[in-house]
Design a protein around this ligand. Structure first.
Ligand SMILES: Nc1ncnc2c1ncn2[C@@H]1O[C@H](COP(=O)(O)OP(=O)(O)OP(=O)(O)O)[C@@H](O)[C@H]1O
Ligand SMILES: [Mg+2]
Length: 323
């Protein structure tokens, strides 16, 4: 029977913004304090430790205040200077800017009128770090995010010395992962469809990666539903690897594009990839990447050859690990 268990799938999706950020109260308070005082910040922590959610929550509060324009950019998707600037400069989607120079000039004009905060998630994927220097010299407050602290050393000394605050997120403990899952279950699943024992089992296996835990819960719910059950049983739990499928940078880019568009003809997907990737590869390699994503169960291929369409498998890009 369909939808007997997963009554609100959105709550278990990658883009869902939880009302409360559990166990990150002090980090959220620190980040909000930093933003209010225009202190540039670097956030780091392992995959699934809540970096993106933490930053988006803090930015949300700023945007509510209207005095500051806060932008979130995922540099795994927007890698080029041009695409990042287009995302930041207000209303630039309606105007054709010929060059980065024109966009920078427009941004300089706008920063005189209002304050800007720019969050660059997965910043290590940016093509040109000198854009960060430009932001700093324009007085834009920046938040950089990366899952590897050593990526901070990719930046010049000049940039590093302008980022005085580092927020380090540690992996969630099993108990914390359990409580976060429990909170989601109440909103996402039908009553009595999931026991605490199942949640504990998931929480104990994911080693603090809450994205992986939420993902596993969603897969288990779908498995149980497809067998016509009204409750999740142990047998419905997916095998949880140490870390989800390791993807190459190109595979990650392709997956991110598909997460945005849900489904795309192969040709268009390849065109988007050419625009996004720092070092785009040939069409033949593209086909190999897509084959690999399909074999990992992250993407579905529908149709053959020229008419082929790729579709994201909605167990979520949470499965994208870095590295
Ligand atoms: N403290 C929390 N309370 C509730 N939900 C959380 C919390 N932390 C993370 N989540 C949820 O876990 C998922 C993963 O979090 P998030 O994407 O922020 O992790 P991340 O550290 O950015 O991972 P990655 O390194 O893969 O980018 C999201 O769906 C988010 O809603
Ligand atoms: Mg993230």
């Amino acid at each position: 029977m369909k939808e007997e268990i997963l009554v609100n799938a959105e709550v278990l999706s990658h883009s869902y913004m939880p009302e409360k950020l559990l166990y990150r109260e002090s980090e959220l308070a620190q980040l909000k304090h930093n933003l209010q005082n225009f202190i540039n910040t670097f956030i780091t922590g392992p995959c699934g430790s809540g970096k993106t959610t933490l930053a988006k929550k803090a930015l949300q509060c700023l945007n509510n205040s209207k005095k500051i324009l806060a932008c979130y950019i995922d540099c795994a998707v927007y890698q080029t200077t041009y695409s990042i600037l287009k995302e930041i400069v207000p209303r630039s989607e309606f105007i054709f800017y010929r060059s980065n120079y024109e966009l920078v000039k427009e941004l300089m004009k706008q920063v005189k009128e209002r304050k800007f905060v720019v969050c660059l998630d997965n910043f290590e994927s940016m093509k040109d770090y000198s854009l960060i220097t430009k932001f700093l010299s324009m007085g834009i407050c920046i938040i950089l995010i990366s899952d590897a602290e050593e990526n901070f050393s990719l930046l010049t000394e000049n940039i590093r010395s302008n980022i005085p605050s580092i927020i380090r997120l540690t992996p969630y403990s099993s108990e914390q992962a359990f409580e976060i899952l429990k909170d989601r279950v109440e909103k996402a699943l039908a009553k009595w469809s999931c026991t605490d024992a199942i949640l504990k089992r998931i929480a104990d296996t994911v080693k603090g990666n809450i994205a992986l835990a939420i993902n596993a819960l969603k897969v288990a719910a779908l498995n149980a539903e497809s067998k016509g059950k009204r409750a999740i049983e142990e047998a419905d739990l997916p095998e949880i690897e140490d870390c989800p499928a390791k993807l190459s940078i190109d595979e990650k880019i392709l997956l991110k594009i598909l997460q945005e568009w849900k489904s795309l003809p192969a040709r268009r997907l390849y065109d988007f990839y050419l625009q996004s990737a720092r070092h785009p590869k040939s069409e033949r390699s593209f086909r190999n990447y897509m084959e690999s994503l399909c074999s990992k169960g992250l993407v579905k291929a529908i149709g053959e050859k020229r008419g082929r369409v790729y579709e994201i498998v909605e167990v979520e890009g949470n499965a994208v690990s870095k590295g």
